[in-house]
Write a protein that binds this ligand. Sequence first.
Ligand code: PBG
Length: 322
Amino acid sequence: MGFPKNRMRRLRSSAAMRRLVRETSLSVDDFVYPLFVREGEGLKEPIKSMTDCFHFSPDTVAVEAAEVASLRIPAVLLFGLPGKKDDIGSEAWAENGVVQRAIREIKKAAPQLLVITDVCLCGYTDHGHCGVIKDGKIDNDATCELLAKVALAHAQAGADIVAPSDMMDGRVKYIREALEENDFKDVAIMSYAAKFASAFYGPFRDAAESAPSFGDRKSYQMDVSNSDQAMREIALDIAEGADIVMVKPALPYLDIICRARQRFDCPIAAYNVSGEYMMLNSAADAGLLDKQAAMLEMLTAIKRAGADILITYFAKDVAKRI
Ligand code: PBG
């Protein structure tokens, strides 16, 4: 054993050799591309806080979705910005809500593309929290009832996968029951199971106009210090009927992805969030690193940690490169 019989550099000696022994490769099949849709017509407005991301209207988001499908990316993830907000976020489950209309348009323009919808209230409530407020606190069970209505409205409009991102306890159970009772038994649930109260959502909250108007999300999203608790969150969501579980953010939480991979055998998604995306874009804009190389390295690391599904604003860029 040992040197010189073993020379690790032999397996790195040429590009072909490196390809032959490569353990992790990115595939277009792994990617989900997030899209923002707002009320209006003919819109494609650049989002200031997020490079190369846009606010679309339901008609133009369908054109964009068709392009995503033509790049062979299997799925998009929709976020809605409603025309009006109220204290319970009622636009989120309105039959003609902006996401519901976008789903129908996308299904016409790109029938083979999977449509995943973010199920949450924060973009729809005037206070910006992910749930309804009673006596100054987020009411868990009352919120779950509304989230089930949102998920059902998305399913009725044609969503293939609903993705609750609120972090209320029991929401997956409420949603699964609502889908079963209304004969949407084939609609999958991708739960944001281990979602941390992260500072890396900053650029997204500008994009989705969903920053809380008071306080923070620490009473529902996870404490960044916890790993055992993330395993409990994931186990509970699977028990309640989640088909895919997500860890979010991705890059600062590779340990959580790795642990979840070892412990659970359902598909694991990782969300490479807005702050991770803009950290890299900003560094590249400042001339500090090679954007394409850093992007591929970051996404490969997330997959190597154990993620099956990568949700990223880089998805189109990567699809053009691999
Ligand atoms: C909604 C939601 C958020 C993100 C996805 N869904 C924001 C938040 O929880 O504050 C963040 C996505 C990103 O930063 O790219 N609850």
